[in-house]
Design a protein around this ligand. Structure first.
Ligand SMILES: Nc1ccn([C@@H]2O[C@H](COP(=O)(O)O)[C@@H](O)[C@H]2O)c(=O)n1
Ligand SMILES: C[C@@]1(CO)OP(=O)(O)OP(=O)(O)OC[C@H]1O
Length: 160
């Protein structure tokens, strides 16, 4: 029988001055960027957690502690690829990824396809197997005040 597993991931990072805004490995021009121990790519972190969740391998902080010097300013694409290597070693491969980035600004649509290409490449998937949706928070709360960006992701795995 071909076994399947599903996982979900969530992350939020604070928006601050003098940081680059990296989402899905794309450096997006904006007057603020995300604060974190790593490069703070909130979308890649949510996808990484969804992957690890589906394989019951814990979470991103278990693999990459946020108090470890080695993870300081880490490239989240490298973290995603490392997490996927662990998922594959456990006998799984990704079928598809869906995700939502909640950002009041900037408009993400112009950058979505480039993000999809990065994620598809890192997970050895076709472009069509990766979806990313942009949403505002209708100006409500800390997301609406542009104090943070949030991401949610869901991943389907199949046994290899
Ligand atoms: N940061 C964002 C937010 C939204 N979009 C696009 O706009 C559409 C409408 O957003 P609402 O939050 O008003 O529903 C959304 O479906 C996205 O296509 C975006 O590109 N970047
Ligand atoms: C990626 C890690 C590790 O550098 O740090 P952050 O960039 O702070 O990200 P977060 O999603 O808060 O937690 C995971 C961390 O372990």
């Amino acid at each position: 029988m071909n076994s399947i597993r599903i996982g979900q991931g969530y992350d939020v990072h604070q928006l601050v001055a003098d940081r680059p805004l990296l989402l899905g490995g794309v450096n997006i021009p904006f007057d603020k960027g995300l604060l974190g121990h790593s490069d703070a790519d909130v979308l890649l972190h949510a996808i990484t957690d969804a992957l690890l969740g589906a394989a019951a391998l814990g979470d991103i902080g278990k693999l990459y502690p946020d108090d470890a010097a080695v993870n300081k300013d880490a490239d989240s694409r490298v973290l995603l690829r490392g997490a996927y290597a662990a998922v594959q070693a456990a006998g799984w491969q990704v079928v598809n990824v869906d995700s939502t980035v909640i950002a009041q600004r900037p408009k993400l649509r112009p950058y979505i396809d480039q993000m999809r290409m990065h994620i598809a490449s890192d997970l050895n998937l076709s472009f069509e197997a990766v979806n990313i949706k942009g949403k505002t928070n209708e100006k409500l709360g800390y997301l609406g005040r542009e104090e943070a960006i949030e991401a949610q992701a869901i991943v389907l795995l199949t046994a290899v």
